[in-house]
Design a protein around this ligand. Structure first.
Ligand code: AHR
Length: 500
C-alpha cells in the first residue's frame, strides 16, 4: 500500500477558479456538428434540428464557455457562408479535415444551441486565409446593435439583438505546418496585433486570445511565445496553450503522469509571458487560455490522414472518434488537477472537444447519446471546484515513469468556497491502492463524501454495445476522525472528495 499526506491551509490560496476554466470546444469536424449536436430527423431533435438528448448531456457536463468553429477548420472558414437562408448556403471544401462543409449550421444556429445548453460563445476568427478586414466584418455583424448594412443583414437573418461575443481567438495554431496560412512568429505576431487593434476599434470591451504554440514539443515552442507576445502584449488578454496526451508504446505509467507535463508547459508559458512583461515594463499580467486539452490518440489519426483520395470529400465522416477507457479518464482527471493548480494564470480553458470528436459525449445517428468515461471527472470537477484554488503540499511515495522520472504517486488539487472544501485526487499507482491522510483541523470538517472513477479493468469503456459500463462510484473508505481525513484510493483512480 502506497502512502501520501496532504497539507492544506485555507489562507494559502492560488487564485479564484474562473468558471471559464470549464469551457469546451465545438469544431466543424467529423460528426461533431452534423450527426452530433445537429441531427434533424432524430427522434429527440427539436424543430431546430438540435438533439435534445445531447443538449441534456452537455448541460449535465457543466460547460461554461464554448470555443467555435475551430480548430484547424477556422483557418479556411468564411463565416458569411454560414448565415442567411439555409437552402442558399454554399457547400465548400473543408481542407483541414478533407470533408465537405454544408454550412447548414452557422453562427445563428450555433448561438441557438448555446442558448439551449446555457454556455457562452468564444469565437475564433480566420487568420489563415483571411485577415483583419474579415475579422472586423464578423465582429460588426456579431456585436454592433444596429444601424449598419451588416447589422441589418443580421436582423434580416433573424436576429435583432447582437450576439455580444466577449472572448475571441485570433486564429488557431498558426505555428503548425498543417495549418492553412501558417506563419512564422514574427509574421503572425504582426498580423495578430493589427487584427486585435482593428477589432478593438469596433468594440473595445473584447477579451482577445493570441495563439501560443500548438504543442509544447513544437520546435519553435518558447521562442514563438516570446516573439508573438513582443508584438501583441498590450493588445491581447490571453495566450493560448494546446496539449493532447496519449500513451506512447503502451507506457501507462508516464501516460497517467501527463499532468506533470501540463504543469511544466503552463509554467514555461507563464515564465515566457512574464519575461516579455519585464521587457515591456508593464504591470499587466498575461493570462493563459488553455483552449485545447484532452487525451487524444492522435497517432492513430496521423496514420490515416494522408490516405484521403482527391475525389472523396465526405459530409460528416467518422473522424477522431476516440473511445475512452477508465485509464484515459484517470489521466484526464490529472489534467484537470493541473489546470486547477494554475488557477491564478489559467483563467480560461476548453476541453477539446465535446461530442463524437475526441469527446466526452458520443452519439449514434438515429440512436442513443451516452457519456464516455472522461465525462465523469469533468462533470464532477466543474460542479465541485468552486471559490479559490488552494496551494496543496504533498508528501507522497513516488512511482517511476520512463518519461518524467519518479513522480508523486498521488496528484491533488483543492478548492474552498463558503459551500465547503473539495479535493481532487489521482492515484497513479498501476497496481497498489494509496492511503491518503489530510489534516483538516483548520477547516472544521463535518462530513465527507467521496466519488470517483476506477475499475478492475482499467481498459473498460462505454460504447454503443454497453453505454453505461463505466460510471461514477462511491468510495466508502473516506473517514473523518478528529479533524483528520483518511481515504484509500484504488490503483489507477480519480477521486473527488466533498467536505462539508
Ligand atoms: O481538436 C482537434 C484539432 O487539434 C484542432 O482542430 C486543432 O486546433 C488541433 O491541432
Amino acid at each position: 500500500m502506497a502512502r501520501a499526506r496532504l497539507t492544506l491551509d485555507p489562507a494559502f490560496t492560488i487564485g479564484t477558479v474562473q468558471r471559464r476554466l470549464f469551457g469546451g470546444f465545438v469544431e466543424h469536424l467529423g460528426r461533431h456538428v452534423y450527426d452530433g449536436i445537429h441531427e434533424p430527423g432524430h427522434p429527440s431533435a427539436g424543430p431546430d434540428g438540435f438533439r435534445r438528448d445531447v443538449i441534456e448531456l452537455v448541460r449535465e457536463l457543466g460547460v461554461s464557455t464554448i470555443r467555435y468553429p475551430g480548430g484547424n477548420f477556422v483557418s479556411g472558414y468564411e463565416w458569411e457562408d454560414g448565415v442567411g437562408p439555409a437552402e442558399q448556403r454554399p457547400r465548400r471544401l473543408d481542407l483541414a479535415w478533407h470533408s465537405t462543409e454544408t454550412n447548414q449550421v452557422g453562427l445563428h444556429e450555433f448561438q441557438t444551441w448555446l442558448d439551449h445548453v446555457g454556455s457562452e460563445l468564444m469565437l475564433a476568427v480566420n487568420l489563415g486565409t483571411r485577415g483583419p478586414k474579415e475579422a472586423i466584418e464578423l465582429l460588426e455583424y456579431a456585436n454592433i446593435p444596429t444601424g449598419t448594412a451588416r447589422t441589418a443583414q443580421r436582423a434580416a437573418n433573424g436576429r435583432d439583438e447582437p450576439f455580444g461575443v466577449k472572448i475571441w481567438c485570433l486564429g488557431n495554431e498558426m505555428d503548425g505546418p498543417w495549418q492553412l496560412g501558417r506563419r512564422n512568429a514574427e509574421d503572425y505576431g504582426k498580423l495578430a496585433s493589427v487584427t486585435a487593434n482593428a477589432m478593438r476599434q469596433v468594440d473595445n470591451t473584447l477579451e482577445l486570445v493570441v495563439c501560443g504554440s500548438s504543442a509544447r514539443d513544437m520546435p519553435t515552442f518558447g521562442a514563438w511565445e516570446r516573439t508573438v507576445l513582443e508584438h501583441t502584449y498590450s493588445d491581447v488578454d490571453y495566450i493560448s496553450c494546446h496539449a493532447y496526451y496519449e500513451p506512447v508504446d503502451g507506457d501507462l505509467a508516464s501516460f497517467l503522469a501527463s499532468g506533470v507535463d501540463m504543469d511544466a508547459f503552463i509554467e514555461a508559458v507563464v515564465a515566457t509571458a512574464d519575461h516579455v512583461r519585464a521587457l515591456k515594463r508593464t504591470e499587466k499580467k498575461m493570462m493563459i487560455s488553455f483552449d485545447e486539452w484532452n487525451v487524444w490518440y492522435a497517432s492513430r489519426w496521423n496514420a490515416v490522414e494522408d490516405t484521403f483520395p482527391v475525389d472523396h470529400w465526405p459530409v460528416a465522416p467518422r473522424l477522431l472518434e476516440d473511445v475512452y477507457s477508465v485509464a484515459d479518464a484517470v489521466t484526464f482527471g490529472g489534467l484537470l488537477i493541473s489546470l486547477l493548480n494554475h488557477a491564478d494564470r489559467v483563467t480560461s480553458a476548453s476541453l477539446a472537444q465535446l461530442v463524437n470528436v475526441i469527446g466526452p459525449i458520443m452519439t449514434e445517428p438515429g440512436g442513443p447519446a451516452w457519456r464516455q468515461t472522461t465525462f465523469f471527472p469533468f462533470a464532477v470537477t466543474s460542479r465541485a471546484a468552486r471559490g479559490d484554488a488552494l496551494r496543496v503540499v504533498l508528501d507522497a511515495d513516488t512511482v517511476p515513469t520512463a518519461k518524467y522520472g519518479d513522480v508523486p504517486v498521488v496528484d491533488a488539487a483543492a478548492t474552498v468556497s463558503p459551500d465547503g472544501l473539495s479535493i481532487f485526487l489521482q492515484n497513479r499507482h498501476l497496481t497498489e491502492p494509496t492511503t491518503l491522510t489530510v489534516d483538516l483541523h483548520r477547516f472544521n470538517p463535518a462530513s465527507v463524501a467521496a466519488e470517483g472513477i476506477w475499475d478492475d479493468d482499467i481498459h473498460a469503456v462505454n460504447d454503443l454495445a454497453d453505454t453505461t459500463r463505466v460510471g461514477l462510484r462511491v468510495n466508502d473508505t473516506a473517514m473523518l476522525t478528529d479533524g483528520v481525513l483518511t481515504v484509500t484510493l484504488p490503483p489507477v483512480s480519480w477521486t473527488a472528495l466533498t467536505i462539508g
